[in-house]
Design a binder for this molecule. Sequence first.
Ligand code: URA
Length: 263
Amino acid sequence: MITDPFDTGPTGTFRTLCRNYPDETVFRGADGFRSLWGPIFYRGRANGTARLLVIGQDPAQTEAVTRRCLSGQAGRRVQGFVEKLGYTKSYLMINAFLYGIFNQSMALPHLNDPEIAAYRNQWLEAAFAKGRIETVVTFGTPAFNAWTAFKATPAGAAAAATVQFHKALHPTADKPNGPISRKDLLDNWNVALQALHPTLAHPDVVMPLVPYGSDFTVAELPEIPSRDLPFGFPAWMRNTDFWASLPTATPGTERANISIEVP
Ligand code: URA
């Protein structure tokens, strides 16, 4: 008998925000969003117990299936990062964009559209409402810009004054032959870890910092904890990558279809 813990869902304000959210008239396909796949709200503790707030960019194809942010390749990289800080449970992850992006150059300029920013700021305010968040990490430029926009609000300025903040590269910023190598990414993450690790007041687990080498080790790509996903998710969806992909072969379907191949 499997008795894995599972995410029992958001509570309080977080729950209200999952019921009442901007729709596809705000995140329009014509503006480069994958609105067909619906909103992806969070991963982790949407119940006021989080100590670490993570901001990513936008949900990809894996997240469209799991209905949780940062649960594919990028998510397992981030999971390893937060666990190096000792946050094995008390984190909340959201994205700068509630819907997946189909076309970056079309979608990114909408980061601070009034309805998009206002809704995101409600999530951020909810995250800080209980006064427990002590660390904030943004992954990538849109996430950093989202945090900056929140900080420009009175609630955001008050929240930012209470936390340690670090801006990190996006978990999949490295590209073969691109300007950012795997080692560049991990060097950047090591700087973040070294800055934050000594400041943590309430990690779930107190442990010495083990920095990254020049590539991720297997242990640095942990599975997505079962408690972060709804009940019944098979283990392979949490402990393998690339089972969901966007078919590009058929013109006209690339905005809509997702293929799943069980590893
Ligand atoms: N998946 C997410 O949910 N966010 C990212 O930034 C990348 C992948």
